[in-house]
Design a protein around this ligand. Structure first.
Ligand code: HEC
Ligand code: HEC
Ligand code: HEC
Length: 432
């Protein structure tokens, strides 16, 4: 065969395969618009159930901009590809989803396609929501359609080339979207199955707690091994947890309902709205989540909690010999700043748990600690007394870096962080 013929053959094959892929990608059509359903057609129990599911799925957390009406959208989400705005999911017929039939809504939840047949970006965690049952999707629909319609046009998402081409998401879905609910595991009890259903599905815990690949998809082989969330490190859960004191079911329950646990301290950052939502659902749901999380295991060789707690306390308040890492001049400057700004509360007899117990302090990178120093802690509803003032306005970037170096060196035996200055700059950058 001559080269020209070969080339021609390759081009023809390319057109057939490419055309097939294109036809596959373009297979979604528009779904006929409807007149917004009258909320009175949904029974109370279904709407209430939908409300719980919306809390478990944090729908309002993402679909509400600061100061905006709940569910009316417009919140900018930072992604590696640019800013993605959440949409208005109130039943307003013109700017919301009032004209969406339940079939269209279900297609969005299961397949990430809007009512007109456009691909949605996976910043909307439909790769997780797809696991929601038909019955629960119906209840969510009933709940959303019973909300007050809000006229608000959310800013349009306009990502740079090539991410702006929504059709490209077809490839993402082909590779990473596994549609539909998981079958219950008959060898486990109802609470465990309920917990798995929430954690793996609506709760989309893995969206933050799993690492992502270069295409922004969760690496499922490393599910819950720790990820990034809005510039925060979402700690590993289960056997890869870095927590100083291992988690158990009771600790998960305390943390997920109140936002505080005696062996782990307070929650902060993007986990706070998750906990505020969980505080509003029946506690059975949280017990189920805790049961499933506990079944993910803990790191091997953990020492008893009391022993670790005592050692953490000793390190913080006892007359221990400074670790060799304290020779670092940055750590010494940090120590002086700590004495001036922090030791007032973080001292023997103070209310906060020992520094060494916070995942913020033992985590894989200094981001969370830096955010806590800058913004303080605005605790969730269940732990109002665990608040900490913000120091962002009263410290320099160098002070923050020195504090982080000191805290890591003094209170932990983990390797020093190497990316502190870059993470401080990141945390100080203006928000979208
Ligand atoms: C992590 C943030 C996040 C959460 C949580 C979230 N969404 Fe969204 N959602 C988005 C984003 C971002 C979009 C827009 C995606 C796009 O423009 O491609 C979106 C789009 C949608 C759409 C398509 C609307 C339209 O006009 O095209 C629906 C329906 C929707 N979400 C429903 C829900 C429901 C129901 C929940 C809770 C169970 C929920 N979302 C939770 C981020 C989120
Ligand atoms: C929007 C991102 C996001 C989502 C969604 C999310 N988390 Fe988190 N989570 C975080 C971040 C960030 C932290 C660290 C908070 C801190 O440092 O105070 C965290 C902390 C935790 C911790 C404490 C871990 C430790 O070692 O300190 C647990 C447990 C946890 N999350 C469980 C869950 C569960 C269960 C879900 C789903 C129901 C969930 N998270 C959903 C971001 C998220
Ligand atoms: C006015 C009292 C007060 C001061 C001053 C203070 N803190 Fe805190 N801090 C708290 C309280 C209360 C908590 C939460 C208590 C708990 O978790 O048990 C907390 C929690 C923390 C946490 C854990 C947050 C998390 O989500 O993991 C860190 C880290 C921390 N503080 C560091 C500092 C540093 C560094 C300084 C000085 C720059 C400082 N604190 C100054 C009261 C204070």
């Amino acid at each position: 065969m001559r080269a020209a013929q070969l080339l021609f053959g390759i081009v023809v094959a390319g057109v057939i395969v490419g055309g097939g892929a294109l036809a596959y990608a373009m297979r979604y059509g528009a779904i006929d618009p409807i007149t917004p359903p009258n909320p009175s057609t949904f029974d109370r129990a279904t709407v209430d159930k939908g409300k719980t599911l919306a809390l478990l799925g944090d729908c309002a957390v993402c679909h509400t901009r600061p100061g905006g009406d709940p569910f009316s959208g417009g919140l900018p989400l930072k992604s590696p590809y640019g800013i993605i705005y959440t949409t208005n999911i109130t039943p307003d017929p013109d700017t919301g989803i009032g004209k969406w039939s339940e079939v269209a809504f279900k297609r969005a939840m299961r397949e990430g396609i809007d009512n007109e047949g456009h691909y949605l970006y996976p910043a909307f965690p439909y790769d997780r929501f797809t696991k929601t049952t038909d019955e629960d999707i119906h209840a969510l629909y009933a709940f959303l359609m019973s909300q007050k319609p809000v006229k608000y046009e959310a800013p349009e998402t306009a990502l740079a080339f090539p991410y702006g081409i929504r059709l490209g998401v077809a490839a993402w879905n082909f590779l990473y979207l596994k549609q539909g609910p998981d079958a219950p595991d008959a060898s486990k009890d109802a609470a465990w199955n309920r917990g798995r259903y929430i954690v793996e599905g609506l709760g989309h815990c893995g969206s933050c707690h799993s690492p992502r690949n270069f295409m922004g998809a969760e690496i499922l082989a490393k599910v819950y091994q720790g990820g990034d969330a809005e510039g925060w490190a979402a700690p590993a859960l289960g056997t890869h947890s870095l927590a100083t004191i291992g988690w158990n079911e009771a600790a998960y329950v305390n943390y997920l309902i109140d936002g505080w646990d005696k062996n782990h301290g307070v929650t902060a950052g993007p986990m706070t709205p998750v906990i505020n939502d969980l505080a509003e659902v029946n506690e059975d749901e949280v017990y189920a989540i805790a049961k499933y999380l506990a079944s993910l295991g803990t790191p091997a060789g953990a020492k008893p909690a009391e022993q670790v707690y005592a050692a953490a306390k000793e390190k913080e308040y006892g007359a221990v010999t400074p670790p060799p890492t304290m020779k670092d001049p940055a750590a010494q400057r940090g120590q002086a700043i700590f004495g001036r700004l922090c030791a007032n509360c973080h001292k023997a007899g103070g209310t906060p748990v020992p520094m060494a117990l916070y995942s913020t302090v033992v985590g894989p990178n200094p981001s969370n600690l830096i955010h806590v120093i800058i913004d303080g802690v605005r605790p969730p509803k269940g732990a109002r007394d665990k608040s900490m003032p913000a120091f962002g306005a009263s410290v320099t970037d160098a002070d923050i870096a020195d504090l982080a170096t000191y805290i890591r060196a003094q209170f932990t035996d983990r390797p020093a962080w190497t990316d502190i200055a870059a993470k401080v700059a990141e945390a100080r950058a203006p928000k979208p």
